[in-house]
Ligand binder design. Structure first.
Ligand SMILES: [Zn+2]
Length: 456
C-alpha cells in the first residue's frame, strides 16, 4: 500500500491531514514485540502506514529509508490522553502547545485532548482552531482542543457546540473541567444538545457547595493536619445525577478523574443499566493516597484530592474489570511559585504525561496480573473509541496508520521535573524509580521521540 486509502489513516480533524514535511518515506522498526507478545518482528512503515510486518524486512527497506533498532522492545499503539492542560493560550509561562506536545511525545502519546480552561476560555471556534493548527505545526502529537460547555466557564449559558464541531478544529469533546456543570437544568440542556451533535461531554464531578475552601480528602488525615476536607459525596452526588440524566436524555457522557470507591459503585450500576457513561482515572489516583499530605508539600494538592487506600484499590479493580474505561493523566503544569507555597494556597494539579506509561506498567503489568494488551486498551484503544477519534488506538497490523510507541522494558530511570520536556516541574514522582521507558514514538510514520527524547 503506497497511499493511505481510508479516512482512518489521518485524523478527520480539519482539512489539514498529513503534515507537509511529515513522515520519512520509509521507516523500519527492527525486532519489536507487538503488545509484548510472540517473537521479535520487523515493522515496515511506508507513507505513514504499516506496510509490512515480518521477521526480517531489511531487504524491503528502500535506500533512502531509515532503520531503527528496537530489539526486544514492546510495541504499542500510540497512546491517547483524553485529559491534559497545555495552558496555551494564557499561561505560556507554565506550558505551551510546543512543550506540552514534546512531553506527550516523550510519554508515548500520539494524541491528546487539551482542556478548555485556558485564558481566554476555549469557548469559540477561533480559539479552538488556533490551538489545533499550533499543534499540527508543532507536529509532535495531535492536539485536540476541548470546547467549554458554558461560555467563559461561568456555568450559565451554553457555548455553540455545533459551530465548534464544524470548525477546522472539529471539536469532538466539551468540558468545563476545573469546574463542574452543577446547574442541573444547564446540564440537561447540554446533554440534549450534545446528543444532537454527536459530541462527548466530559464532566468534572464536584458539587461546589460541598467543597468550599476544601484542599484535601475529607478524612482522618485532613483532620489531623488541620486541612479543610473535600468529601467523597461532592463527587459521587454529581456522578449519580449525571448517570441518571444520561439514562433519561441519552447522549455520550464521560466522567473525568474518578477518585472514590463510591464512584466505582455508581459506574458499575450505570454500566449494568447500559447507560452510555464512560469514565477515566488518573495515574495519581491509582497510586498515591492522602498520607502524602503529611509534609504539606503543595505538589500533592490536586482536584479531586488524593484519597484513601481503599479508594485506590477500588479504582485499580475497576480499571482491570472495565468499569472504569481508561487512564487519563490530567497533566496540569503549574509554576513553582504556585506550588512551593502554603498548602492551602497551592494550585491543584500535577504533571502526568511523561510518567504515566511507566506507572501503569508498574501497577498492572510488573506488580499486577495484566499484560501489555491491557495497557494498549486503557491508554490507547478505549480513549480513542470514547472520543471517536479516527487513526489512533488502532490495531498494530498491515494497512493501519503508523501511530505507535515502543517501550524499553530493560531501561529504568528516575523521575525528575528538571529533566522533563514539560515547562513546569510539579511532578509528585520526583526521585521515584520508573521501571520502563518509552524509547520511541511515531506519529503517522514520523519519529517524534527517539531514545526517550522528543525530536524537536
Ligand atoms: Zn478536573
Amino acid at each position: 500500500m503506497n497511499q493511505p486509502t481510508t479516512e482512518s489513516a489521518y485524523p478527520s480533524t480539519g482539512a489539514l491531514a498529513p503534515h507537509p514535511t511529515g513522515a520519512a518515506a520509509e521507516l523500519l522498526l527492527r525486532g519489536v514485540l507487538p503488545y509484548g507478545e510472540g517473537e521479535p518482528t520487523d515493522v515496515l512503515i511506508r507513507d505513514g502506514v504499516i506496510a509490512e510486518m515480518g521477521p526480517d524486512l531489511a531487504d524491503a527497506l528502500s535506500p533512502e529509508g531509515t532503520s531503527v533498532d528496537l530489539q526486544g522492545q514492546v510495541l504499542l499503539p500510540g497512546l491517547v490522553d483524553m485529559h491534559v492542560h497545555l495552558r496555551e493560550p494564557g499561561r505560556e509561562d507554565t506550558e505551551t502547545i510546543a512543550t506540552g506536545s514534546a512531553a506527550a511525545a516523550q510519554g508515548g502519546f500520539t494524541a491528546v485532548f487539551t482542556m478548555a480552561n485556558t485564558s481566554p476560555v476555549m469557548d469559540n471556534p477561533a480559539i479552538a482552531e488556533t490551538v489545533w493548527f499550533k499543534g499540527q505545526n508543532t507536529n509532535l502529537c495531535d492536539v485536540h482542543p476541548v470546547g467549554s460547555i458554558s461560555r467563559g466557564l461561568h456555568g450559565s449559558e451554553l457555548t455553540e457546540f455545533g459551530m465548534m464541531a464544524d470548525s477546522d478544529a472539529k471539536v469532538r469533546m466539551f468540558s468545563d473541567d476545573g469546574k463542574c456543570v452543577h446547574d442541573p437544568r444547564l446540564m440537561r440542556r447540554a446533554i440534549e444538545y450534545a446528543r444532537g451533535e454527536d459530541v462527548l461531554l466530559a464532566q468534572h464531578c464536584e458539587e461546589p457547595r460541598l467543597t468550599e475552601g476544601a484542599v484535601a480528602h475529607e478524612g482522618s488525615t485532613a483532620a489531623r493536619l488541620g486541612l479543610r476536607g473535600w468529601p467523597r459525596v461532592a463527587e459521587e452526588s454529581i456522578v449519580a445525577r449525571d448517570a441518571i440524566m444520561a439514562r433519561d436524555y441519552g447522549g455520550r457522557l464521560h466522567i473525568c478523574h474518578a477518585s472514590t470507591e463510591g464512584t466505582v459503585a455508581l459506574l458499575r450500576w450505570a454500566k449494568e443499566q447500559q447507560i452510555p457513561l464512560t469514565a477515566e482515572v488518573t495515574p495519581h489516583h491509582l497510586l498515591l493516597t492522602d498520607e502524602r499530605l503529611a509534609t504539606y508539600d503543595g505538589v500533592n494538592r490536586v482536584n479531586p484530592p488524593l484519597r484513601e487506600r481503599r479508594d485506590v484499590q477500588a479504582l485499580r479493580r475497576a480499571l482491570a474489570e472495565g468499569i472504569v474505561d481508561c487512564v487519563a493523566t490530567d497533566h496540569a503544569p503549574h509554576g513553582s511559585e504556585e506550588k512551593c507555597c502554603e498548602f492551602d494556597l497551592a494550585r491543584p494539579g500535577m504533571l502526568g504525561l511523561e510518567t504515566s506509561l511507566a506507572l501503569i506498567a508498574q501497577i498492572f503489568v510488573l506488580d499486577g496480573d495484566q499484560d501489555w494488551r491491557f495497557v494498549a486498551r486503557v491508554m490507547s484503544e478505549n480513549p480513542a473509541r470514547i472520543t471517536k477519534l479516527p487513526g489512533h488506538g488502532r490495531p498494530i497490523a498491515v494497512g493501519e496508520p503508523a501511530n505507535l510507541c515502543a517501550v524499553d522494558t530493560t531501561r529504568s530511570w528516575v523521575a525528575s521535573g528538571r529533566d522533563m520536556a514539560s515547562k513546569a516541574r510539579n511532578t509528585p514522582y520526583e526521585g521515584m524509580d520508573m521501571p520502563v521507558r518509552v524509547s520511541t514514538t511515531i506519529l503517522r510514520g514520523k519519529i517524534t521521540c527517539r531514545d526517550g527524547q522528543a525530536v524537536t
